[in-house]
Design a protein around this ligand. Structure first.
Ligand code: F0G
Length: 455
């Protein structure tokens, strides 16, 4: 058996990267007010801002695109898409949306509202944004290990079951549903055990609450279950996936992640009445129920992508890439979230740059330096993203991380080595990095558009 885990694909079509110099990048990041979201993609060498919609489609997906049927109602592309979803996630109603947050907006138009409290292991930022925009509150109840970057717990995305039980007892009628995000993106791309998913489902049921899974990275989560959970080693990925969703009452999905789409999403529900309310909302805001926010060709690409994402050779290579980077960063002394996450590598900027206090955003300082040194674009997941409180005050987030999100099937081994070289250089100069101050921010989800100046 060969030890090297290779990319299990060849490259048929390439996109050139425009090379830039360090001097150019220093000027460009200033022009972007030190916000990596504000940079032009053409000015980025390796774009690790997100793994969302940035993956490479396969030849089979591009072929499927040609089959797209753009009928307004009853398109065969919808039925192929619906069947591909139901093959893995056995929900009764599959409601296509243009991306995950559209599914969230519809869900919280039903479950949200002033006074409502919605628990999750950790709400992703758009989930929290949609909850708060409805007047409700999002609550993060991940296990303690989930916010300890050094903990080697195999399922750091697990829900803290005693805390969830207390939460449900305490808040009773104020809780419209229980959510669970797999993998736990905001907590480091960490997986949730099948056993934990089942236990959360049971608790939700005992309290009469619908259980909704945010399934963006379901295949990566299933791979971790297969590797790490006792008794799961000999099971197929599709079987594990089906088990995860069989205990839920619905799901939201960003098909820009584990469906290999450049766009797409869905909301799935079992309850007929809720589905009718959701579809009515869909028609008003997204589109007719057999296309939602999508073109027929997008639904075809997703149907094919869903068959490819559960391939074990792909998942082995996918997860190994992150492990490789984490192992080498660890050897360099860079504090990283361990074990490696499914879709991303997370740097613990708060401890690496401990001369920068959390309210001067060490994560953002690191993201700026990575861009200046190597043209690598990353995103802060920390006090900028989560620090602003509903009452207007600001406090440090649980962690200050920088996320190196890996687009699917897009970069190669030499890109990974280049990223590691950037960290070698950063290790030399990290003490000279400066914190930042926010000079302008919007009311919600400030990290996307806020402007900074260097302190
Ligand atoms: N839920 C999770 C866990 C996510 O990671 C995302 C998106 C969404 C919901 C929203 O989906 O983008 O299709 O509207 N995460 C991307 C990221 C943007 O970079 O992590 P969307």
């Amino acid at each position: 058996m060969m030890k090297t885990i290779i990319e299990p694909f060849r490259i048929k079509s390439v996109e050139p990267i425009r090379m830039t110099t360090r001097a150019e990048r220093e000027a460009l990041i200033r022009k972007a007010n030190f916000n990596t979201f504000t940079l032009d993609a053409d000015d980025v060498l390796i774009d690790l801002l997100t793994d969302s919609g940035t993956g490479a489609m396969s030849a089979a997906q591009w072929s499927a695109v040609m089959r797209g049927d753009e009928s307004y109602a009853g398109s065969p592309s919808y039925y192929r898409f619906r069947d591909a979803v139901q093959n893995l996630m056995p929900f009764k109603h599959i409601i296509p949306t243009h991306q995950g947050r559209a599914a969230e907006a519809i869900l919280f138009s039903i479950f949200g509202g002033v006074g409502k409290k919605i628990p999750n292991n950790t709400h992703f930022d758009t989930t929290r944004g949609n909850i708060e925009a409805s007047g409700a509150e999002g609550h993060d109840l991940v296990i303690g290990e989930g916010t300890d970057p050094a903990s080697l717990h195999p399922f750091k995305g697990n829900m803290d079951l005693p805390r969830l039980a207390r939460f449900l007892e305490e808040h009773g009628d104020a809780v419209p549903c229980v959510m669970m995000t797999i993998t736990n993106n905001a907590g480091g791309g960490q997986p949730v055990a099948l056993e934990n998913i089942r236990a959360v489902a049971e608790l939700a049921r005992a309290f009469g609450k619908p259980f909704i899974i945010d399934g963006c990275r379901f295949a990566e989560n299933a791979w971790f279950i297969k590797q790490r959970e006792p008794g799961q080693q000999d099971r197929s990925i599709p079987d594990i996936v089906r088990d995860c969703f069989a205990v839920a009452d619905g799901m939201t999905m960003s098909a820009k992640k584990d469906a290999f789409g450049n766009i797409g999403g869905w909301l799935a529900l079992n309850d007929d009445d809720l589905a009718e309310v959701a579809r009515t909302h869909l028609i008003r805001t997204e589109g007719f129920p057999t296309y939602g926010g999508l073109a027929g060709r997008d639904m075809e690409a997703l149907a094919q992508g869903l068959t490819e994402i559960v391939d074990e050779d792909y998942l082995r290579y996918r997860i190994r890439t992150n492990e490789y980077i984490v192992e080498r960063l660890d050897a360099l002394g860079v504090p990283v979230v361990k074990p490696a996450g499914g879709h991303a590598v997370f740097i613990d900027a708060r401890s690496w740059l401990d001369h920068i206090p959390p309210l001067e955003y060490p994560g953002q300082a690191l993201a700026v330096a990575l861009y200046e040194i190597a043209g690598i674009r990353t995103a802060e997941i920390g006090t900028v993203m989560f620090g602003r409180q509903p009452d207007g005050s600001e406090k440090p987030a649980a962690m200050d991380l920088v996320r190196l999100a890996m687009p699917r099937r897009t970069y190669t081994q030499s890109h990974a080595d280049y990223i590691l070289e950037a960290f070698e250089e950063l290790a030399e100069i990290r003490r000279s990095l400066k914190g930042l101050r926010i000079t302008h921010e919007p009311k919600l989800m400030r990290h996307f558009t806020c402007r900074y100046e260097q302190l």
